[in-house]
Design a protein around this ligand. Sequence first.
Ligand code: FAD
Length: 295
Amino acid sequence: MRIDQILKEKEITISFEVFPPKTDDKYAAVEEAARQIAALRPDFMSVTYGAGGGTSKNTAGIAADLQNKYGTPVLAHLTCVSSTKKFVSDMIEVYHEKGIENIMALRGDIPKEGRSVFDYDHASQLIYDIKCRDENICIGGACYPEGHVECERPSEDLLHLKEKVDAGCDFLTTQMFFDNNTLYNFLYRLREKGIDVPVLPGIMPITNKKQVSRSVALSGATIPQRFRMMVDRFGDDPAKMAQAGVIYATEQIIDLISNGVTHIHVYSMNKPEIAAGIMNSLSAILGSGNAEQKE
Ligand code: FAD
């Protein structure tokens, strides 16, 4: 099912993300984690994509299984910056053959060692190519409430985001953020620029201290005092940090829904227990269809 349709039909939605394994020997473990998250019955699941395209078959495999074996609507990611037009076109064909209706169209990070292919510079070009192949595909795009790390001025980033939406994005998902006011402010600026597609806030539950120096630092997200104090207090105790991180993320979600931002995406990082912790805390808010874990 198309994700834009799901967003229209349901007032409140929750989606989870999994990332494919880099090596084939880890495939079964990720497949099992994806199955357990799917059993929580989120409204859809996204499957990320290795920027270089090296794990592309794993993205396609896990996405197809989620959709075809477990009946979970799926969003398969696709990046372009390190790929040729031919490779990207073949990948779009693979997704098409597997019946995938939703693609998250991304540029991908520019490799540290520099680029060896120059077929794509920006995600908007990929969106254009997907639309040319099949205009019925529902396309998601990435957006950055605090600005993309490469862009010096947030206002310029917004202009490029508008181009991306005009190229054919049906919805946007945000980079992680830890202060909801950042998101509310961003949404206001989007509407001012005439960007009116649904925006799904991306919530990252931080459940271990290492994530702060790795993913959070890379994303460029501002760390509020309240968040920093939580990590200082619980960061050295894995069980306490895991619990505090899930509660922090759940509180962010409750505040978002209370303020009318009702389509939530959770970066669940292949961790069924985190997805389940959030689902259980929100069972009444999300409605009975989402509440129970089906084995
Ligand atoms: P773009 O939209 O192309 O933007 C990249 C930069 O280029 C921005 O600074 C923008 O302002 C600028 N720009 C855009 N158009 C122009 C223009 N015409 N002229 C000049 N500048 C321009 N990475 C992965 O490898 N795999 C994934 O599965 C993945 N999933 C993600 C999901 C989400 C929700 C998010 C937020 C990010 C994800 N990423 C993923 C990371 C993403 O690939 C990087 O953040 C990447 O650096 C930017 O990708 P983009 O699609 O936003 O690029």
